[in-house]
Design a protein around this ligand. Structure first.
Ligand SMILES: [Mn+2]
Length: 551
């Protein structure tokens, strides 16, 4: 079972640090297969923290929707197009398969070999029985297939169209018959009948197989050598030898070139639909180069995918990584408003209105009596400091204060120094494009049937704001139109002065409800507001409500 610990889309410091730390907590608690993930890119501040404490960034996961590769059978049996059908049949028989994918020497899939096709070859209809004597195969494969041995001459590895004939008639009848096929590559199967063997040599046949394990008379051998006719001996009687010889046909001769395959990354839901309408019994799974990497049978669609999810720093599916609704969510650790999440089974759900999810993760370690590894303590400090603006935000609680002190001692790191470093690295206004700035940590909320997005960036001061304001506003409008949102907002926070500017583009009847002092077109001054979730979001929800009352 794979357990993915992941924060929200457009991840911020807290959601990256909490995911990495909680995954480590789960591992230290004895869980296996726990992976820390992130639902988006890091930024310079996050990279600084990961580097400083020597922790690798959680793995990027953009979409958790089940893929073909999640349920395919990766250990796939296949046959080469140039193998004898006999070998394929052995495999099909041993493993009780209905068919096999056929590959070339680079493991690229060429088609499917079905047991129906093989049956048809081995047991043709009465009307086709005569043509069944024509077999395109190499003499070398044929001898291997019936377990024979070369007596004299050579075994060509190249396939030819061979006409299989049995020398069971009297010499007088057989002579004229052989002559009729003079221009063919005749392979004669004959028992201990020296006259017929001799005739075969004289007629200069392609090869003569002496069956039943009988020794070949010295005179016939000599004659064959002189005439350059290949002589082979078979341990089996004629009937068995011919039957086996027909199995030397190469797989490539009877593959179905028309088949349905899937790319390993195809969405399982898409594959399921295609498979449901297909008569095929099996679907090869290919990589980008068309190489065979697995096989999918219809029964594989019923498999449970051994993957589960732990959400940190969010509890609303609108903020969760794509496909989160298709994976069982087994735990949620959060400090935001409840967003109407529901589950089919009981889950661990810990929502605690402290300053950061990193604080909650710290409490998990403390409760379990597990010592926090030093680098993890550093990450948790960064998550806490970033979310609470180093305890100055109204979201910070006394518990956060205690936790930060404990973490600082464990990490041997001064919180004030760390906070200064974090906030001075990579001013979002200077290092990001306006599009990135309005998207970087944007969260989408849904209220009363309306969707809206709110992003926040933290700056040491507003020095770079005036030169960016127009570009930020137009990026917000673009974003709003693209996603069909009621409004799109960006809170630009001055963490030194503990104040913010709010930029909003949206429907007029919504904008009219904002009653903070106007700073400029589409911009309001929110003195003392620094927390998106505790201060801004309740206000915006109140505005949505007011808008609806006025409508
Ligand atoms: Mn948080």
């Amino acid at each position: 079972m794979q357990t993915i610990v992941i924060g929200h889309k457009n991840p911020d410091m807290d959601s990256i640090c909490a995911a990495a730390a909680y995954a480590e907590f789960k591992r230290l608690s004895g869980n296996t297969g726990v992976i820390a993930a992130r639902a988006g890119n890091t930024n310079e501040r996050i990279d600084y923290v990961l580097n400083r404490f020597g922790v690798e960034a959680p793995q990027l996961v953009n979409d958790l929707s089940p893929r073909v590769s999640d349920v395919m059978q990766p250990k796939v049996l296949s046959v080469r197009a140039d193998s004898p059908v006999y070998d394929a049949l052995q495999l099909i028989d041993q493993k009780r398969l209905r068919g096999l994918p056929v590959v070339d020497e680079q493991n690229r899939c060429l088609g499917l070999l079905s047991s129906f096709k093989i049956n048809h070859h081995l047991f043709p209809s009465r009307e086709e029985a005569a043509t069944a004597r024509l077999v395109t195969a190499s003499l070398a494969d044929m001898v291997t297939t019936f377990g024979g041995a070369l007596v004299t001459g050579s075994l060509s590895p190249e396939p030819h169209e061979l006409l299989l004939m049995v020398g069971a008639m009297a010499l007088e009848s057989f002579g004229p018959r052989v002559q009729r096929y003079r221009d063919r590559n005749v392979v004669l199967f004959v028992g201990d009948r020296p006259h017929i063997q001799d005739l075969g040599v004289k007629e200069n046949l392609h090869a003569i197989v002496v069956t039943g394990g009988f020794p070949v008379p010295e005179e016939v051998r000599m004659a064959a050598r002189q005439a350059n006719v290949t002589l082979i001996s078979s341990p089996h009687d004629t009937a068995s030898t011919v039957l086996l010889a027909r199995g030397a046909v190469r797989v490539g001769r009877m593959l179905e070139p028309e088949y349905t395959s899937f790319h390993k990354d195809t969405l399982l839901s898409e594959a399921r639909q295609i498979a449901a309408e297909s008569a095929a019994f099996v679907f090869p799974v290919l990589d980008d180069e068309g190489r065979l990497v697995g096989i999918l049978s219809k029964s594989d669609f019923l498999k449970e995918i051994p993957r589960q999810l732990i959400l940190v720093d969010h509890n609303e599916l609108t903020q969760a990584v794509r496909g989160a609704d298709k994976v069982p969510i087994v735990e949620i650790l959060d400090h935001h408003k409840l967003g109407g999440f529901s589950s089919d089974t009981p889950i661990l759900f810990w929502n605690n209105p402290v300053g950061s999810t990193s604080s909650i993760v710290t409490m998990c370690f403390q409760q379990a009596g597990i010592a926090i590894p030093k680098p993890i303590a550093g990450l948790l400090m960064a998550g806490l400091i970033s979310d609470t603006l180093n305890l100055t935000s109204p979201t910070a609680t006394p518990a956060d204060r205690q936790i930060l002190a404990h973490l600082a001692a464990t990490a041997e790191c001064d919180p004030t120094e760390l906070a200064e470093k974090i906030f001075s690295v990579g001013s979002p206004l200077l290092t990001m494009t306006p599009e990135q700035a309005v998207n970087a940590d944007s969260k989408v909320y849904e209220e009363a049937g309306h969707q809206f997005a709110v992003a926040q960036i933290e700056e040491l001061n507003f020095a770079h704001f005036p030169e960016k304001r127009e570009a930020l506003l137009s990026a917000l409008e673009t974003q709003r139109q693209k996603k069909g949102l009621l409004f799109c907002a960006l809170l630009v926070t001055d963490i030194t002065e503990q104040t913010s500017l709010l930029l909003v583009r949206g429907a007029d009847h919504f904008l009219h409800t904002i009653d903070y002092p106007v700073h400029g077109p589409f911009i309001w001054t929110l003195a003392g507001v620094v927390s998106r979730k505790k201060q801004l979001l309740p206000y915006l929800l109140h505005c949505v409500e007011k808008m609806q009352r006025l409508a």
